[in-house]
Design a protein around this ligand. Structure first.
Ligand code: AMP
Length: 116
């Protein structure tokens, strides 16, 4: 069995989180340490540690996550300006090894907010 992660514990209800969206394949939560006025995370229920660990069988799931990210951004009122980020590996700043898409946006968020 795949080892539990912080996010699988949130998905299972073992750890509380501010859940803003959920469906059969994923959930979206508010990031606990927001780096933009709106900072949400789209997380698949399936534990895939990093994007590099995704396999051909995950193709539909990965597409689903992107569509969900769009819906969640729209629901958060930032459909016109947001950024999606996936960190892969500790060297890229990944701290939770359960795939997730960061959604960043909101009033005052701009290109310069992330320094690149
Ligand atoms: P990453 O660095 O790409 O692995 O992103 C992990 C994100 O999870 C960070 O932005 C953290 O602030 C966020 N995070 C960590 N613990 C929690 C939590 N309990 N609830 C919500 N977000 C969290």
């Amino acid at each position: 069995m795949t080892e539990e992660t912080l996010f699988s514990k949130i998905i299972n209800g073992e750890i509380p989180a501010d859940i803003v969206y959920e469906d059969e394949y994923c959930i979206a939560i508010k990031d606990i340490a927001p780096k933009a006025p709106v900072h949400l995370l789209v997380i698949p229920r399936k534990i895939i540690p990093r994007i590099i660990d995704a396999e051909a069988d995950d193709q539909a799931l990965l597409g689903h996550l992107m569509l969900a990210a769009g819906k969640v951004a729209e629901q958060a009122g930032i459909a016109d300006a947001f950024r999606l980020i996936v960190n892969n590996g500790a060297g890229a700043g990944q701290t939770v090894f359960h795939l997730h898409i960061h959604i960043l946006g909101g009033k005052g968020f701009s290109e310069s907010s992330l320094g690149f």
